[in-house]
Design a protein around this ligand. Structure first.
Ligand SMILES: NC(=O)c1ccc[n+]([C@@H]2O[C@H](COP(=O)([O-])OP(=O)(O)OC[C@H]3O[C@@H](n4cnc5c(N)ncnc54)[C@H](O)[C@@H]3O)[C@@H](O)[C@H]2O)c1
Ligand SMILES: O=C(O)C(=O)C[C@@H](O)[C@H](O)[C@H](O)COP(=O)(O)O
Ligand SMILES: [Zn+2]
Length: 363
């Protein structure tokens, strides 16, 4: 069998949310079935980068549904703004969208976050099918039911937990994705490796080029393992009462860096630095070994991801981190590791220790 001819894999999310994430190739013909019979109108939310794909999808869905509309939104983080959500709501309002209509999110994580938020809020919730077109969307953003937009004060500050009806991860859609985007997405893939699934780290360490080439079985294995980690966690704790916080590994500092960079950096790139910081913090304030910290450095370096951030930025980052969603009563909480695949919450650390750990990654 050729490397491209594998059958689709279904990964189930259960519990408060109940849906299937399908990973495979040539899945575009499945979007109509994923939407289901009761749907009359469909809004496809997409960016210009996947405009041709959106047109093709519209044409195929038009054979089955009464009306299929496109909402072309700005690229990347510029999509995650309330004005853009309002633009989508306007299209739905003018087309008389009802509760039996549906939204398709077609694009990277920024689009699926926005599309999810629009679906969650329109009439307090209409059906949502996510069709991620980036690695990051496939392994993380589109698959777990966290939706949201940014505000001037910070990342993802407005949003909703809202389960998709289905998620289709069509690996063929990655053919046009630039290598730097694949690598940024791999930050979230290896995050799943660090917090729960060391086999992912083995795959990257064995051959980073094959691991990050969407045509290889190694890539598919790493992606499916990462999705399975997310599905397991989300099945147990959809609304982030506790366990789900582990998916935030590297994000406390990562989100602050994205804010400091005015959302011009890719999420995965910022999270890579955030994970290196979390590893140093785990060593200083917890029990993470030098070897495990070194493994972070090695894996992230193999992926060409950055490990450091300028020394002088610490005061601003610390102020932004106070708005992190994991903070309680003004006290910062981080996800750290006691060992690879042994995550836990670290709370109440002295600012001096936080700063000391930052010095280890400061450039
Ligand atoms: N909801 C969640 O649980 C969750 C999880 C992780 C990340 N996120 C969010 O996801 C976002 C990051 O997602 P991302 O890394 O996919 O970034 P992105 O959505 O900005 O996409 C990255 C770039 O790739 C382009 N692109 C997308 N698909 C393409 C394709 N097939 N071919 C060519 N170009 C393509 C996009 O237009 C964009 O320029 C952030 O906003 C982050 O906060 C959310
Ligand atoms: O699914 C989750 O839960 C995550 O934390 C996954 C993260 O990769 C993702 O970036 C998420 O959007 C961050 O959530 P936030 O609640 O910290 O905004
Ligand atoms: Zn993330």
């Amino acid at each position: 069998m050729s490397e491209k001819a594998d059958a689709p894999t279904d990964i189930r999310v259960t519990g408060d949310a109940d849906y299937t994430i399908t990973v495979g190739r040539g899945l575009q013909g499945r979007v109509a079935d994923a939407l289901g019979d009761r749907v009359a109108k469909v809004l496809i939310v997409h960016t210009p980068t996947v405009g041709r794909l959106a047109d093709e999808l519209r044409q195929s869905l038009q054979q089955r549904f009464g009306q299929v509309l496109l909402a072309e939104v700005p690229d990347a983080e510029a999509a995650k703004r309330v004005e853009v959500a309002a633009f989508c709501w306007q299209i739905m309002g003018q087309a008389d969208f009802t509760r039996t209509d549906a939204v398709v999110g077609l694009g990277g994580g920024a689009v699926t976050d926005l599309a999810g938020f629009v679906a969650a809020t329109w009439l307090r919730g209409v059906r949502l099918v996510q069709v991620p077109t980036t690695v990051l969307g496939m392994v993380d953003a589109a698959v777990g039911g966290k939706t949201g937009i940014n505000t001037a004060e910070g990342k993802n500050l407005v949003g909703a937990f809202y389960a998709p009806h289905a998620v289709l991860c069509d690996l063929d859609l990655l053919e046009t994705l630039p290598k730097n985007e694949i690598l940024a997405g791999f930050a979230e893939v290896v995050k799943a490796g660090f917090i729960a699934e060391p086999e992912i780290l083995d795959i990257v360490e064995a051959d980073p080029d094959r691991a990050t080439d969407p045509a290889t079985p190694e890539f598919r294995r790493a992606v499916e393992l990462a999705i399975a980690v997310k599905a397991r966690v989300v099945s147990e704790d959809f609304r982030e009462g506790g366990l789900r916080e582990i998916l935030n590994y590297g994000h406390t500092l990562g989100h602050a860096i994205e804010h400091a960079e005015r959302y011009q950096w890719r999420h995965g790139v910022a999270v890579a630095i955030g994970m290196m910081y979390a590893a140093e913090l785990g060593r200083m304030a917890g029990s993470l070994s030098d070897e495990a910290v070194e493994r972070h450095r090695r894996v992230l370096t193999l992926l060409g991801l950055p490990l450091s951030y300028p020394a002088g930025r610490w005061p601003g980052l610390l102020a932004t981190m106070q708005r992190d969603k994991k903070a309680r009563a003004g006290m910062l909480r981080f996800i750290v590791l006691d060992d690879i695949a042994k995550p836990r919450v670290l709370a109440g650390v002295d600012d001096s220790v936080l700063q000391f750990a930052y010095q280890e990654i400061a450039s």
